[in-house]
Design a protein around this ligand. Structure first.
Ligand code: 4AD
Ligand code: MG
Length: 430
């Protein structure tokens, strides 16, 4: 007997196979039972006719409960009308474990309840589709950089210093000392870029975000490329090409998942380069033209980002922010020293900032001055300053947030559903 996965059924038409999985749903009458089996790769309708199976088998089918694990044997029938295009005509059923009172039923549940049952909620249709899309996005990102000769360099999780400001640091005891969970691998990628030229890291990062929003997790994944000799324009090009390659992969390989999520494809299909690029000053003008109050020098809040992005049909890149609201490591604009050569990419549909990055300061004295201005401890950055002592070169990079990208592709309003086990201000269980 061949054991196979539901996604492989097309190779076994008219053969007898065994599928192993969980009962997703069931309906039936006294003469026939329709079992919806899911096995992770898909969902398949399995039919048991009273006259086709022995009495014990038919009775056990009638008693099956939601999420019972089981093994079903039967003949594969190609049937275009069925979910997935195949149907199984059952010859035998083996119950592995009977699931009683499965808490997630087809009725509506509150988000709090579902989040508390995240370990089970992952089996539900939309959650299943979302995690598959996340997996495909990760692959698209890895392929993008690997095909462009970037070297994957893993950044540490325990770090001695802040990269993105001291207000969101998670402090941990480190033997007799203290350490912080990394906010970004960037500083380490700058060191790695001086060794390999083009590098990226891809891993979890941590920020003690103290407000509840639909865009912030306390643990999120970021991919961070860093390129020696690159400038701001080159990393804007790179960010645009990366996002385009992600959308292309999802549209071509995740049709079933997008359908399960009822995702409107038109906004995704519209994401084609070139993306509009505007300066911070122009972004402020857009806000003012819409009657939104905003003072030059401030940072854009979520409603500002949404208002700016609504001005364009595509993602928009905003560059040259006031230096005072940006991190210490940004290079100043030689044309206007009030500005930093950084950029953000703002995604449409209310998703907001998906990329933050730019060109890095390469001058030792400038960085020493900035570290002092930001009240950062210079000793913690001594190793970083070495990069400006021993062969400093222009370089640039960015970070793309994975969960916001997944939310964008899936059309999911809240990032909590885009990571298998979200960590939020008020949640670290399960
Ligand atoms: O703009 P950010 O803070 O940039 C950096 O960390 C740079 N050091 C990256 C670099 O240049 N190598 O964060 C980058 C991206 C944001 O645009 C957003 O997509 C995501 O990371 N992000 C978050 N995603 C979920 N939850 C949070 N709390 C996030 N904070 C940032
Ligand atoms: Mg940012």
């Amino acid at each position: 007997m061949t054991t196979c996965r539901i996604e492989e059924l097309s190779q076994h038409v008219d053969q007898e196979v065994t599928l192993r999985g969980w009962l997703y749903n069931k309906r039936g009458s006294k003469n026939v039972q329709f079992l919806m089996l899911r096995d992770g790769s898909g969902i398949c309708q399995c039919v048991a006719g009273k006259k086709d199976v022995d009495e014990a088998t038919f009775e056990s089918c009638q008693k099956l409960t939601q999420e019972t694990s089981l093994s079903i044997t039967g003949r594969v029938n190609a049937d275009a009308r069925s979910v997935g295009g195949h149907e199984i005509h059952i010859t035998g059923v083996e119950v592995l474990q009977t699931s009683e009172d499965y808490p997630i039923t087809p009725k509506e549940h509150s988000t709090g309840f579902l989040m508390g049952h995240r370990h089970l909620w992952l089996r539900s249709k939309k959650q299943h589709a979302t995690i598959r899309i996340r997996s495909r996005i990760v692959k698209a990102i890895r392929d993008f950089f690997d095909h462009r000769q970037f070297i994957l360099v893993d950044a540490p999780i325990f770090t001695p210093a802040a990269c993105e400001g001291t207000t969101t640091l998670f402090e941990v005891d480190y033997f007799d000392d203290k350490a912080y969970l990394t906010q970004s691998g960037q500083l380490y990628m700058e060191a790695a870029a001086m060794a390999h030229g083009k590098v990226y890291c891809f891993g979890p990062t941590f920020r003690a975000e103290k407000s509840k929003t639909r865009r912030h997790l306390t643990e999120f994944w970021m991919v961070e490329p860093e390129v020696a000799f690159a400038d701001l324009n080159e990393v804007m090009d790179l960010g645009e090409a990366l996002v385009h390659s992600i959308v292309t992969a999802i549209l071509s390989d995740c049709q079933a998942e997008l359908e399960a999520l009822e995702r409107d494809l038109a906004p995704l299909e519209a994401i084609t380069p070139p993306f509009p690029r505007i300066s911070y000053d122009e972004a402020v003008q857009i806000l003012h033209s819409k009657g939104i109050e905003f003072e030059w020098g401030g940072d854009f809040g979520a409603p500002d980002e949404t208002a700016i992005s609504e001005h364009f049909a595509k993602p928009v890149l905003i560059h040259r922010f006031p230096a005072q609201i940006k991190a210490f490591y940004m290079k100043e604009d030689p044309e206007d020293p009030r500005l930093a050569l950084g950029y953000d990419m703002i995604a449409p549909e209310g998703v907001g900032e998906v990329i933050g990055g730019g060109q890095r300061a390469e001058s030792l004295s400038f960085l020493q001055k900035k570290i002092a201005e930001h009240h950062l401890p210079e000793e913690a950055f001594d190793w970083y300053l070495d990069l400006r002592r021993y062969g400093s070169v222009p370089h640039a990079g960015f970070g793309l947030g994975l969960e916001r990208t997944v939310a964008w592709m899936c059309g999911t309003p809240h990032v909590r559903e885009t990571i298998p086990f979200p960590r939020l201000l008020d949640r670290i269980r399960p």
